[in-house]
Design a protein around this ligand. Structure first.
Ligand SMILES: N=c1c2ncn([C@@H]3O[C@H](COP(=O)(O)OP(=O)(O)OP(=O)(O)O)[C@@H](O)[C@H]3O)c2ncn1[C@@H]1O[C@H](COP(=O)(O)O)[C@@H](O)[C@H]1O
Length: 108
């Protein structure tokens, strides 16, 4: 599976979990607890990622970043957004920076 397909597939599962009961699913239990709990979890995962990076252990950095990305996707889904919305914004910035680079090259 490509990385983008993995994000899309996971986003599909997160959307489907809106119809699941909290007892059957971790994601459904987060939706049920509401945005504040999702945001608290997101903050904790961000802190754990920072600590892992400070400790410099590659395995822990990857593991905690996966937790952070996952909980970011839960937050996006709760807000009726998804990874495509964020990727589009990153692509827009990338295209802009590419254009700026070309413009500065043309001026010199
Ligand atoms: N990728 C994940 C994923 N990453 C992390 N987690 C959960 O996120 C939580 C991370 O919290 P912590 O690191 O604080 O660990 P913890 O102390 O065990 O958790 P808490 O007791 O603090 O909640 C754990 O409960 C993990 O199981 C995830 N839970 C689910 N998914 C994906 O989401 C899909 C749907 O999950 P369910 O809704 O559970 O079916 C799954 O098929 C997976 O693909």
């Amino acid at each position: 599976m490509t990385q983008q397909t993995t994000l899309d597939a996971l986003a599909g599962v997160l959307e489907a979990r809106k119809n699941s009961t909290p007892d059957d699913s971790y994601v459904a239990s987060l939706y049920h607890k509401g945005l504040d709990v999702i945001l608290k979890k997101l903050g904790e995962e961000a802190t754990e990622t920072v600590i892992a990076a400070k400790n410099g252990q590659a395995d822990a950095i990857i593991y905690e970043t996966a937790d952070l990305w996952f909980h970011s996707m839960v937050m996006l889904a709760h807000c009726n957004l998804g990874p495509d919305d964020v990727l589009k914004e990153l692509e827009r910035r990338f295209d802009l920076s590419g254009l700026e680079e070309k413009a500065s090259r043309n001026q010199s």
